[in-house]
Design a protein around this ligand. Structure first.
Ligand SMILES: Nc1nc2c(ncn2[C@@H]2O[C@H](COP(=O)(O)OP(=O)(O)O)[C@@H](O)[C@H]2O)c(=O)[nH]1
Ligand SMILES: [Mg+2]
Length: 357
């Protein structure tokens, strides 16, 4: 699962990417130079499980970020830029709220809602171009061949076009699973889930939560598949330079309890529809990523394809119960270690032991 960090120039995209992933190196997707890196999904449960099992290895779930060159009319006409945007699963749009006279803003002033709408408009226009081309093609084909397949596609794309022409991104559209499947191949930009990263100035560090709420209840209200996470890029950058033991104190000096990066990563994770289940033992404590509503069978397959093929049962216990009862034996005694079959829907925070043949 990959999230592209997008936005206008000088909004703090690259700075945020670097502290999220620690990656400085460029790679290429087609002809476009981008940087890709992974960030660990913060998970306090792992540390508690590790205290119980004392394994040599603790492994976090990860999400992947791509730092993209800025969005503009020109960049969106570049086929390799477009191609690298199309393949990601979600966008994190960095909105500049921080004021800094030494860092110019392309549009001459700080207006994050304007920037949000401008970038959205570019995504919408880019999708419209694709749809109009395809509709032209379909129109010609439908004159030659009678096919319900072509008719369905035509109707669906007409519906998409109508939405885009009303300035609605495709992620806003009501579509069923079959239509969703039909659209998937187009990899429309305005259909991708969107995380708005509110990049605040240091003076606003105390109001991160309040800002997030303002956006959720204001400009983002009623929009589907969007989320907001506020961070203070400058503080995060300075924080990343400090030894771990000084970080808390530094955060506290701004009235903060935690790094905003953790909330940013968690927000990305849930926007992508992901959750973690855990495995815990003397060799490793680990978080594994699965889509929300996955079965035990699918979870087993995430660990190892053989576990899926030769699945017998899963032993399941909530991580907190496992910690409180001091291990599997204690949990089993209290009846909290349950035997589940293939179809069991895994819950966030379940610790699984897969029994396989
Ligand atoms: N004051 C302030 N400056 C920032 C912040 N984030 C980035 N900058 C500065 O803005 C400039 C552009 O940052 P960069 O991350 O490269 O932005 P990008 O063009 O969006 O990738 C650099 O000079 C950064 O030092 C921030 O949160 N606060
Ligand atoms: Mg950059």
């Amino acid at each position: 699962m990959r999230t592209a960090i997008i936005g206008l120039p000088m909004t703090g995209k690259t700075s945020l990417f670097t502290i999220l992933t620690g990656v400085h190196q460029e790679t290429r997707i087609g002809a476009t130079a981008v940087r890709t890196g992974v960030a660990q999904v913060p998970d306090a449960r792992l540390a508690e499980l590790a205290r119980l099992f004392e394994p040599p290895k603790v492994t976090h779930a990860t999400v992947e970020y791509v730092d993209m060159p800025s969005v503009s009319k020109e960049s969106l006409r570049d086929p390799s830029y477009l191609a690298s945007l199309r393949v990601v699963d979600a966008f994190a749009h960095v909105l500049r709220l921080f004021e800094d006279a030494t860092v110019p803003h392309e549009k001459g002033s700080i207006d994050p809602v304007r920037d949000l709408e401008d970038v959205e408009m570019e995504l919408i226009l880019s999708d419209l171009v694709v749809i109009e081309k395809r509709l032209d093609r379909l129109e010609k084909d439908r004159k030659k061949i009678k096919s319900p397949e072509l008719d369905h596609e035509f109707e669906l794309l007409e519906k998409c076009r109508a939405a885009l022409e009303r300035n609605h991104p495709l992620r806003q559209l009501e579509i069923d699973a079959e239509e969703e499947k039909r659209l998937r191949g187009f990899q429309f930009l305005s259909q991708k889930p969107m995380l708005y990263v509110l990049n605040l100035g240091e003076s606003e560090a105390g109001s991160l939560h309040q800002r997030e709420r303002e956006y959720r209840e204001g400009v983002l209200a009623g929009r589907k598949q969007v989320s907001a996470a506020a961070v203070c890029g400058k503080i995060e950058a300075e924080l990343a330079e400090l030894p771990a033991e000084e970080q808390r104190e530094y955060l506290a000096s701004y009235g903060l309890q935690e790094s905003g990066l953790e909330r940013l990563i968690s927000a990305t994770y849930s926007l992508l529809g992901l959750m973690s289940f855990l495995t815990a033992g003397e060799t490793e404590v680990r978080a594994w990523t699965i889509p929300i509503h996955s079965t035990a069978l699918k979870a087993a397959g995430t660990i190892h394809t053989d576990f899926e093929k030769k699945f017998i049962r899963a032993e399941v216990v909530n991580w907190k119960s496992l910690v409180d009862l001091g291990g599997y034996a204690g949990a089993r005694e209290k009846g909290l270690l349950k035997l589940e079959g293939k179809e069991y829907i895994v819950k966030d925070g379940d610790v699984l032991v897969i029994r396989h043949g």
